[in-house]
Design a protein around this ligand. Structure first.
Ligand code: NCD
Length: 309
């Protein structure tokens, strides 16, 4: 497993063996991610954190990961405070980050922005979400969570729910789950179905996802219910958003239809998709999932910067 200086743009950049390797390495990082053990693995290294779109978990867990490994972080969480405001191009902003740091983490509203950034930077670039495109590090932490909670990704029966059209996390996850041959069901409002290209990729890997709008039926024998937010900022039309928001709400009553062992995941932020009453039930895993972003990103940063624990 050699990822030194590798750009991480899409989950498709990884084989199943490589993903398994990252997951087991990330498990070693857990006590360091919790602060129970200390290391100076990335001392002297600098990470640029360039967030052109809002973020809580992705940015903070990348920054926490770098700090836990004793690296340092520079960057911004709002491009309004940078020369982008003066009209500077993305390419020039990237060139600067490249000369100031050893690794660049970028989130951008435009699909393809991370790949473009990688063309202008010698330092490795990590895509922290590009529009409705991909979110490879979220995907790795989602797989890490399923692996930890269910011991096995191959035989998992998983329901992907919500905004399957614009949600980048589910685009990455549907592909990755197909690599493992998982059993996938897509549940969404009719206007927010999984894009045909993503379904075709699943099929190429021998997986035939089921599509339905009936959530109750879909969760009856599922292992994982992965909910997503309706991606308001990607809707061309506010009225269309208002029509679909609140289409599916996960409540304790709904979960009575599901097996006791079913876990509920969500990349967060949740808006109305999960009633807070679910938080204290044994089904809820979304906060653990969010924590898992730290060990996964520690593992990735360590591998990309060529310093193994
Ligand atoms: C997701 C994202 O930004 O794509 N959040 C995250 O990274 N944890 C999901 C979302 O914004 O709905």
């Amino acid at each position: 497993m050699n990822f030194k200086d590798k750009d991480i743009i899409s989950i498709k950049d990884f084989s199943k063996q490589e993903i398994n390797g990252i997951i087991s390495y990330a498990k070693k990082m857990v006590p360091y991610a919790k602060g129970e053990k200390k290391t100076e693995l990335l001392k002297g290294k600098v990470m640029s954190s360039l967030f052109f779109e809002p973020s809580t978990r992705t940015r903070l867990s990348f920054e926490s990961a770098m700090n836990r490994l004793r690296g340092r972080v520079i960057g911004f969480s709002d491009p309004g405070g940078t020369s982008q405001k003066k009209g500077e191009s993305l390419a020039d902003t990237i060139r600067m980050a490249d000369s100031y740091s050893d690794v660049i983490v970028i989130r951008h509203p435009q699909e393809g922005a991370a790949r473009l950034a990688a063309e202008f930077a010698d330092a490795p670039v990590i895509n922290a979400g590009d529009g409705a495109g991909h979110h490879p590090t979220q995907c790795l932490l989602d797989l890490f969570t399923i692996h930890t909670e269910k011991k096995n990704i191959e035989k998992t029966k998983i329901v992907l729910l919500g905004d399957l059209k614009y949600g980048r996390t589910v685009h990455s996850l549907a592909y990755a789950l197909s690599l493992y041959g998982a059993e996938i069901t897509f549940v969404s409002p009719p206007s927010l179905k999984m894009p045909k290209e993503v379904i075709a990729e699943c099929q190429e890997m021998g997986v035939e996802p089921t599509q339905t709008s009936q959530l109750e039926k879909a969760i009856k024998d599922a292992d994982v219910l992965y909910a997503t937010r309706i991606q308001r900022e990607r809707f061309p039309d506010a009225e269309e958003y208002n029509r679909v928001v609140g289409s599916y709400i996960i409540t304790n009553e709904l979960l009575e239809q599901a097996p006791n062992e079913l876990i509920v995941m969500h990349p967060l932020p949740r808006i109305t998709e999960i009633d807070p009453e679910v938080d204290t039930t044994p089904h809820a895993r979304y906060f653990t999932q969010a924590f898992n972003g730290v060990p996964i990103r520690m593992a990735l940063l360590s591998l990309i910067l060529g310093e193994r624990l």
